[in-house]
Design a protein around this ligand. Structure first.
Ligand code: GLY
Length: 129
């Protein structure tokens, strides 16, 4: 049972990441609670609430060159109607014909609302050496 929930959350989270890569706002919005909060490097240390901040980036369009997102070493913790999914996000891209990979740590919090998992908070940080 727990394995099923973990697999469901990992699949949802992967779809969320893929929607970001494709700039698929419809899917992203469907997965997110409208009051979602986040800390991410783009917000330069500020806690952002709501989706408009994120919408800005979707307007810029999706990846135009090959792009692939992997959740490395994912961990899922379900606490009733709340789940924490954390992993290192590997972004593979190609620029000027050269493939490269970048890595960021992400924690994403999901809440089951009326039987549907909604994304309610995330924290992304760039690894330091
Ligand atoms: N910046 C949008 C997200 O990572 O969910």
């Amino acid at each position: 049972m727990a394995d099923n929930v973990n697999s469901e959350l990992l699949a949802l989270n992967q779809r969320l990441l893929d929607s970001i890569a494709r700039a698929d706002w419809k899917t992203y919005q469907e997965f997110c609670d409208p009051t979602m909060t986040c800390f991410e490097p783009e917000a330069i240390g500020q806690l952002v609430e709501g989706l408009e901040f994120h919408h800005f980036y979707f307007h810029l369009g999706g990846a135009t060159a090959p792009f692939h997102t992997t959740m490395a070493s994912p961990h899922v913790r379900v606490m009733g109607d709340v789940a924490v999914v954390c992993y290192v996000r590997l972004n593979q891209s190609v620029s000027g014909g050269m493939p490269s990979t970048s890595a960021v740590g992400e924690t994403r919090v999901w809440q089951k609302q009326d039987g549907v998992w909604k994304h309610v908070h995330f924290h992304r940080s760039v690894p330091t050496k």
